[in-house]
Design a protein around this ligand. Structure first.
Ligand code: FBP
Length: 331
């Protein structure tokens, strides 16, 4: 029976990546190993996030436990887990985490060819109320494995080998782009495996939702103000759009990718470079046809420093074109 065959022929993330690998005969499987370690980190964080409320109830989080050790905050713990998982993969040479001020250069004995930029737990202000949060990651190749430098990290998003995010929401979903499409995998907790549930995701060309922190409106510039005004009072007589804003980038971006629409975190008078970090913006937007930071395509931007911030507009092609035109007219 065809439906049964589909149910039992599971495409796990490992199987998917191995299939991709066979397209490149020269491949040595290093990337598959690296990805397995990222997946392990995501599973660990998923399990910790789902217990976070419980830990609070039992008075554990942020307090001293019976052994007299202070319980680590979830974002600190997640960072440690990812750093250890990435180093122990033997495939990384530079790690840039949002949690660490400086880049980590991996010891020569454990060094590999990949650079990983990541935010282990984004949207951490949402942890205590159980709202969706996520991990964001991007993977680059180092130029010379024996001489890695910080310049290797400061590459535009178009050089990414792969990027993605894992959302810890009502289900745990990992979305991965390896340059040949964007695929979504959902964690089956009973198997402990990510299963391909959203093959070849394509964002709708135009959406009905806009997603922005409107509480910042008094500080916005003209193009953003005009765009949002047009979402609420469309000049062409079309129905107004719905507003959805979770305040967790991964969740807002994930909904935008699946349902269409636009996610905006513009620059404003208070934050002239926006709030979100460029590596996250780039990694989240990888694989999107459009994505814009106010002046140029997000994937063309070269970060000047590792924790650079950037305004961001990500979403359906037509919607991003609309705000692009407003910025072009204003400049
Ligand atoms: P943190 O680095 O403090 O976690 O902030 C990141 C973030 O939570 C994003 O996930 C989200 O898109 C954004 O901040 C929301 O910001 P704001 O509260 O200003 O709307």
């Amino acid at each position: 029976h065809e439906a049964d065959a589909h149910r039992t022929d599971l495409m796990t993330i490992t199987r998917h990546v191995l299939n991709e690998q066979t397209k490149y005969p020269e491949s040595r499987g290093d990337f598959t190993i690296l990805l397995n370690h990222i997946v392990l980190g995501c599973k660990f964080v998923c399990s910790s996030v789902s217990k976070a409320g419980l830990a609070k109830l039992l008075g554990l989080a942020g307090e001293t436990n019976v052994q007299g050790e202070e319980q680590k905050k979830l974002d600190v713990l997640s960072n440690e887990v990812f750093v250890k998982a990435l180093i122990s993969s033997g495939q990384t040479c530079i790690l840039v985490s949002e949690e660490d001020e400086e880049a980590i250069f991996v010891d020569q004995s454990k060094r590999g060819r990949y650079i990983v930029v990541f935010d282990p737990l984004d949207g951490s202000s949402n942890i205590d109320c159980g709202v969706s949060i996520g991990t964001i990651f991007g993977i680059y190749l180092v130029k010379d494995k024996d001489n890695p430098t910080i310049d290797d990290v400061l590459q535009p998003g178009k050089n990414l080998l792969a990027a993605g995010y894992c959302m810890y929401g009502s289900s745990c979903t990992l979305v991965l782009s390896t340059g040949s499409g964007v695929n979504g995998f959902t964690l089956d907790p009973s198997l402990g495996e990510f299963i391909l549930t959203h093959p070849n995701i394509k964002i709708p060309k135009r959406g009905k939702i806009y997603s922005v922190n409107e509480g910042n409106a008094m500080n916005w510039d003209e193009p953003t103000t005009k765009f949002v005004e047009n979402c609420k009072f469309p000049a062409d007589g079309s129905p107004p759009r719905s507003l959805r804003y979770i305040g967790s980038m991964v969740a807002d971006v994930h909904r935008t990718l699946l349902y269409g629409g636009i996610f905006l975190y513009p620059a404003d008078k208070k934050s002239p470079n926006g709030k979100l970090r460029l590596p996250n913006v780039i990694s989240d937007g990888a694989g999107w046809r459009s994505g814009f930071h106010g002046k140029q395509r997000a994937l063309d931007l070269v970060p000047g420093k590792i924790h650079e911030r950037s305004p961001v507009f990500l979403g359906s092609y037509d919607d991003v074109e609309e705000i692009k035109a407003l910025y072009a007219a204003a400049n």
